[in-house]
Every structure is written in structure tokens, then in C-alpha cells.
Design a protein around this ligand. Structure first.
Ligand SMILES: [Zn+2]
Length: 323
């Protein structure tokens, strides 16, 4: 299984840029050093010669070992001399070496014929960015959340929507202010048009501002993508592990997707894995708990009820009222 072709192409280009940058900067530092300490040039020329001489000695065969040993000693002397010269002029010993982003593979992406950890991470990060860029992440903020559109008189259940929503707004604001990748998970439910998406997007904006990786999407889009990838109808993009591993996952409109057996299992896996790893998730749904249970299984609802902070949105559809 592999990523989409363009992910590999982009990773290769990024590695090339990293190498180029490290090497250009090393050359620039060398030019600076040579200005005040031109003797370095001659020392490096001699070092290159000892290297060449060692190669010749090996191919000549005769007394090769002895010769190579002598050349190695000579090389060490030259290195020491270079180090002293650099120190005299106040340069660090390694200032002529390129500083690679990854010192393990020198930004080649490979060590001993295997993919370096930095390369694997780069591929994942690129797949993550790809997924995030597909999220309809039109961020909102708390200031634009209007409490005055919620009824101030009790509804049929005896709840005053404006008071309920004021409390929810406060909880969400506090959640955003104190957000970390170990924050609690939230389950927001209630009828459509009561501001679940608005508050989720305001939390997403705060988390992104703090530098966390947020994946936001409708259950329909994200699970649809997961399913297509799983059955090979779309190139692999590691969506499953991105949904499991991102700092904050926000699944909007859970229950609006066409729920297949595959998706039922995926919902449970993602909810469960993220709980086990203590990674926060925000689930939004128009479904009640019993509807949720019917659709996904009581395993899912019991995980949510037992571990998520539950926010019940009340009121009548704001989008209709605002119109
Ligand atoms: Zn590496």
C-alpha cells in the first residue's frame, strides 16, 4: 500500500530543497571563513589528496594497508590543523559542514537502503495537509455567536434555551482557551441549525492558532473517503491513521452519512482508538442517543457517554429564525 503519486513527488522535492539549502548555506559559511582564514583552502586540498591517494593505494594492492594507515594518520593531522585554525578565528569546528534537517540521512530520505524516519514523517505530514486542505474549514469565532436569537422563555421540556446556550458557549470558550492535545472529547447534539458547527469551528480556530493539527470534516466526507480508500477506489492517503492520530478531530453531522457496515466499524475504531490514546475528538450530531445507538451500536454510545462531555443544544432552528 502506498500514498498517492503526488505525495511522493512532493516529498522528493522537499528533500531536494532541504539538501540544497543546507549545502548552499555551508558554502556561504565557507566563503566567510576563507575571507579571514585562507589557509583552510590549502588544508582541504591536501585532505582531498590523501583521500585520492588512499584509493590509489588500495587499487595498487602492494603494501596497501600500511599506506592507507599512514594516509589516515595524515588526514587526522590535517583535520586537527583545520580545527585549530577555525578555533583561532573563533569559528566552531563543524561550521564548514552542511547542517541537514535530518542528520541521520543527510536529507536523502534513506538510511542503509531503508526509508528514514524523517521521510516517513514527511509523507504522513503531506497526506495530513492534503486531508486538511480538503476540509471545508471556514473558521468562525465565539464573538459572532449570538445568544439573543435563542428563546428566553422555557420550552416544552422546561428548559430556557438562551440560558442553556449561554452555559454551552461558556464551556466551549473555556475549552478553546485551555485546549491541549490532551483535552476532553465533546459530544454536541441537538436539532439542526442550533450552532453546533459554529462553536466547533470556533474551537478549531483556537486549536489551530495554538499550533495543533486539526482535521475537520463532515462524517459523510471523511468516512466516504476512508471507505473509498479501503476498497481501493481512491489512492491510499493514510486517512485512517490521520483520523486516529491528529491532535483534534472534529466530525460534523455524525449520522447524516450513508451508514454502511464498514462505516459503523470505522466510527467505533476511531472513537475507541482516540480515547485509548487520550486524543480529543468533537462529534456533532442531530441524532439523539437512542438514535445513535440504533445506528452504530451501544458500544459506540457507551464510549461516548462514559468519556465525552455531552453538550445538548436546545432551541428552534436559528438559520430559519435569522432569515
Ligand atoms: Zn532522515
Amino acid at each position: 500500500m502506498g500514498y498517492a503519486k503526488q505525495i511522493y513527488a512532493r516529498a522528493a522535492e522537499i528533500l531536494r530543497q532541504r539538501r540544497e539549502q543546507a549545502e548552499t548555506q555551508a558554502l556561504m559559511r565557507k566563503a566567510q571563513v576563507l575571507k579571514v582564514c585562507p589557509e583552510i583552502e590549502e588544508i582541504e586540498r591536501q585532505m582531498a589528496q590523501t583521500g585520492l591517494a588512499a584509493v590509489h593505494a588500495i587499487s595498487a594492492g602492494e603494501k596497501a594497508e600500511e599506506a592507507v594507515r599512514a594516509l589516515a594518520v595524515r588526514n587526522l593531522e590535517l583535520q586537527e590543523k583545520r580545527r585549530e585554525l577555525l578555533a583561532q578565528h573563533g569559528f566552531p569546528a563543524d561550521c564548514l559542514q552542511p547542517v541537514y534537517t535530518c542528520p541521520v540521512c543527510s536529507d536523502t530520505g534513506a538510511v542503509n537502503g531503508h526509508a528514514c524516519a524523517c521521510y516517513k514523517k514527511l509523507l504522513r505530514d503531506l497526506a495530513y495537509q492534503e486531508l486538511a486542505s480538503e476540509s471545508p474549514l471556514k473558521l468562525s469565532d465565539f464573538n459572532s455567536f449570538r445568544l439573543d436569537v435563542y428563546d428566553a422563555v422555557p420550552n416544552a421540556d422546561g428548559l430556557i434555551p438562551r440560558e442553556e446556550m449561554e452555559a454551552i458557549l461558556r464551556i466551549c470558550q473555556n475549552y478553546a482557551d485551555t485546549f491541549s492535545d490532551k483535552a476532553q472529547s465533546l459530544f454536541m447534539y441537538g436539532k439542526t441549525g442550533l450552532g453546533k458547527t459554529h462553536l466547533s469551528l470556533a474551537i478549531a480556530a483556537a486549536a489551530i492558532k495554538k499550533g495543533y493539527g486539526v482535521v475537520y470534516g463532515s462524517a459523510q466526507n471523511l468516512f466516504g473517503k476512508l471507505e473509498k480508500e479501503h476498497f481501493g477506489r481512491e489512492p491510499y492517503a493514510d486517512t485512517e491513521s490521520l483520523l486516529e492520530d491528529c491532535d483534534l478531530l472534529i466530525l460534523d453531522d455524525l449520522g447524516a452519512e450513508y451508514t454502511t457496515g464498514f462505516i459503523k466499524a470505522a466510527v467505533y475504531n476511531i472513537v475507541n482508538t482516540r480515547l485509548l490514546c487520550a486524543r480529543p475528538t468533537i462529534l456533532n450530531s442531530n441524532l439523539t442517543f437512542s438514535e445513535l445507538e440504533t445506528r452504530y451500536s451501544d458500544r459506540v454510545t457507551s464510549r461516548i457517554l462514559g468519556n465525552y462531555a455531552v453538550l445538548h443544544f436546545v432551541g428552534s432552528d436559528m438559520r430559519i429564525r435569522l432569515r
